[in-house]
Ligand binder design. Structure first.
Ligand code: GUN
Ligand code: ZN
Length: 434
């Protein structure tokens, strides 16, 4: 097969470490006039354009962008495919919101044709917003995951998903059983896990909707396969936390329920964690588990303010989640806009480089995929974005006033959204063009 080498010239920025650990200046690489070279779906070089061009054949195809920034693709560590059609559901907090809006909306996935239609819309929306990898909740129906993975495989995307396991405290039309959830999840794992760039996540919805038997079988699945993910929700809402105490009185707290059923580990991602205590953060960190920080959802459902400094104190892995449809935007730029305000309300700062880290390398680390995605290091997947400084008249005008890359980045995260994403590349292929 002939070598498919391509080069992209623009300003280039990527995270190389967590600013909370190494300081801001050592956390990123920036090339004002940079070149990114890709070969057969991977990045083969990144650096100053003048240096790299001298080492490349004169006839190499170069795409040259003015007023643009190349970054790694964004990583969404928590999102629900079957909630695409219910973003912006009025008036309720978590538990009533689930019963009033979420469960009826998810029930439509019993129909495979509906699942396929929404999977197509959902993936298009991810790519329009620059999200190249997501950790995705399906519905309770296996065909939600089949539809999603079929569409993701066609585009050779790196994606993680799982069928919801839910055998109590939900309407009959939307529950499985401990046994059927085990059998159905296993069939999906056999069908999809490790196929191309796809990975499977065992997905108990949250402690209140699973019996002890189902949680036991979720833990068993994790022990039976290599490198499976686990995703669920934790400590999002105060009423929810009280309910978990009633349902599992013998456990020390919410996290201890999951711990007891062996659901913590290096590929376990817990969404929200708004009301976690110090001990729970320590235990999450000790087991290598990660938190998905979902600011638009935590605001929209009135859940509370995530304490990022506490997570940092424990060296806990944190990624960003849009949590569509509790969240209100597919855009991780808009998610960062809200994350900044979460910190402001707690008297803390979120630097633009920490934000970049959360949306890229931090997400990759939360998913244990930092050797494949989240940076532009040679040898990683060619999943990257071209962001347009002139996406809107206001953005263009505002960025002309910016004097540093820090300021440019912060403004992109404040004013930017799907319109800012000019192109999205996955495995070196153009998968979205605005
Ligand atoms: N907790 C249990 N299920 C859900 C869900 O679908 N969305 C959110 N935000 N929290 C949950
Ligand atoms: Zn969620």
């Amino acid at each position: 097969m002939p070598l498919t080498r391509k080069a992209y010239r623009a300003a280039i920025l990527h995270s190389i470490a967590d600013p909370a650990v190494v300081g801001i200046e050592a956390s990123y690489e920036y090339f004002e006039d940079g070149l990114l070279v890709t070969e057969n779906g991977q990045i083969s070089a990144v650096g100053p354009a003048c240096e790299l061009l001298a080492s490349l054949p004169a006839d190499i195809q170069v795409s040259h962008y003015q007023d643009a920034l190349i970054t790694p693709g964004f990583i969404d560590t928590h999102i629900h495919l079957p909630q695409t059609g219910m973003v912006g559901a009025y008036g309720e907090q978590l538990l009533d919101w689930l019963n009033t809006y979420t469960f009826p909306c998810e029930s439509q996935f019993a129909d495979k044709a509906h699942a396929e239609e929404v999977a197509g819309i959902f993936i298009k929306e991810l790519l329009r917003n620059g999200t190249t990898t997501a950790l995705v909740f399906g519905s309770v129906h296996p065909q939600s995951v089949d539809s999603f993975f079929e569409a993701a495989r066609t585009l050779d995307l790196r994606m993680i998903a799982g069928k919801v396991m839910m055998d109590r405290n939900a309407p009959d039309y939307l529950t499985d059983t401990a046994e059927s959830s085990y059998v159905d999840s296993k069939a999906l794992i056999e069908r999809w896990h490790g196929k191309g760039r796809l990975h499977y996540a065992v997905t108990p919805r949250f402690a209140p909707t699973s019996t002890p038997e189902q949680l036991t079988l979720a833990g068993q699945l994790l022990s039976e396969y290599h490198d499976l993910y686990m995703q669920t929700h934790i400590s999002e809402n105060l009423q929810e936390i009280e309910w978990v105490k009633e349902l599992f009185p013998e456990r020390k707290g919410y996290l201890d329920v999951y711990d007891h059923y062996k659901l913590l580990g290096e590929r376990s991602v817990f969404a929200h964690g708004v009301h976690l205590c110090d001990d729970e953060c320590a235990r999450l960190a000790e087991t290598g588990s990660a938190i998905a920080f979902c600011p638009t959802s935590n605001f929209f459902l009135g859940s509370g303010l995530f304490n990022l400094p506490m997570a940092e104190k424990h060296n806990l892995n944190v990624g960003l989640g849009t949590d569509i449809g509790g969240g209100t935007s597919f855009s991780l730029l808009q998610t960062l806009n809200e994350a900044y305000k979460v910190m402001q309300l707690q008297g803390a700062r979120l630097s633009p480089f920490k934000s970049l880290y959360l949306a890229t390398l931090g997400g990759a680390r939360a998913l244990r995929l930092e050797d494949k995605i989240g940076t532009l290091q040679p040898g990683t997947d060619a999943d990257f974005l071209v962001l347009d400084y002139n996406a809107t008249p206001l953005l263009g005008y505002r960025l002309k006033q910016a004097k540093t890359i820090a300021e440019t980045l912060f403004v992109l995260m404040t004013l930017g959204d799907d319109r800012t994403v000019l192109q999205t590349y996955a495995a070196g292929n153009l998968v979205h063009q605005r």
